[in-house]
Design a protein. Structure first.
Ligand code: ATP
Length: 240
């Protein structure tokens, strides 16, 4: 970890009604670093993303972000502090063009005057979107829609980006593009919490790794330390 923790979970538990999804989860993401959160389906990875972004309340434990206790803060406040949660879902407006989608987001986040520069950065990170700027978002391929959703948030500088299964179901070339963009984001100073089915990809990219199993942390440490024990830790994982 290359800096002091930006995000810290301490003994976090969470439930969906009577179903307990997280048990005493502790982990941290260092400032300027990338943490990979891996585990089999249903291990609780997305639930971690949801508690961090305020979408699911914790039943016990504590979450700190950028020195502030955000445990019971509403999602919009957490977002305003610079923590963005990007999900696999295609959160784009289908009837608007690529450029209109981007312009809407950038205008809202950065103000009208910043829009041209932000568009340039977005097309720099995702040349494929530049080629399709006049195309309506609904007619983009699934992978391209994922890129558009990502471009909307990547260009607006965040402190922490929580990316949930962004490469799920994408062709390898698209995954490369997504990771190249995440690399740019990381070098621009945004920390990353990466939830990933492509375990190898995530481990290649990340500074540290946390493995979840049945809602509990079973490994928290270096990528090298996890690699040799990965099949034992992530038993039954989906390899693509
Ligand atoms: P995947 O890799 O399949 O996305 P995950 O590790 O992200 O899995 P979660 O989505 O966090 O796992 O789910 C953890 C557990 O909580 C699962 O057993 C899931 O069925 C359950 N769960 C998730 N969302 C809800 C919900 N809204 N209501 C009830 N149970 C839920």
């Amino acid at each position: 970890m290359s800096g002091p923790p930006l995000l810290e979970l301490e003994g976090v538990s969470a439930s969906y009604g009577p179903y307990r999804a997280l048990f005493d989860v502790s982990l941290s993401v260092g400032a300027g670093s990338a943490l990979a959160l891996v585990g089999v389906n249903g291990a609780g990875k997305s639930t971690v993303a949801r508690v961090v972004s305020g979408l699911v309340p914790v039943t016990s434990g504590r979450i700190r972000f950028d020195g502030v206790d955000i445990t019971r803060r509403p999602a919009y406040e957490i977002a305003r502090m610079g923590l963005t949660h990007v999900t696999e879902g295609r959160s784009v407006f289908s009837s608007l063009t690529v450029e209109e989608n981007l312009t809407l987001s950038f205008r809202q986040a950065l103000g009208r005057r910043e829009v041209p520069a932000a568009l340039e950065r977005a097309y720099g990170a995702f040349p494929r979107l530049g080629q399709r700027r006049a195309q309506s978002a609904g007619t983009l391929s699934g992978g391209e829609q994922r890129m558009l959703a990502l471009a909307r948030v990547l260009v607006v500088r965040q402190k922490l980006l929580v990316v949930d299964e962004l490469s799920f179901g994408l062709a390898p070339v698209m995954v490369d593009e997504v990771y190249a963009a995440l690399g740019q984001v990381l070098s621009a100073g945004t920390s990353l919490l990466i939830i990933e089915q492509h375990v190898d990809r995530a481990l290649h990219f990340a500074d540290a790794v946390v493995v979840l199993s049945k809602g509990r942390v079973v490994y928290d440490g270096t990528v090298e330390g996890a690699e040799s024990r990965l099949s034992e830790l992530v038993l039954g994982r989906v390899e693509q």
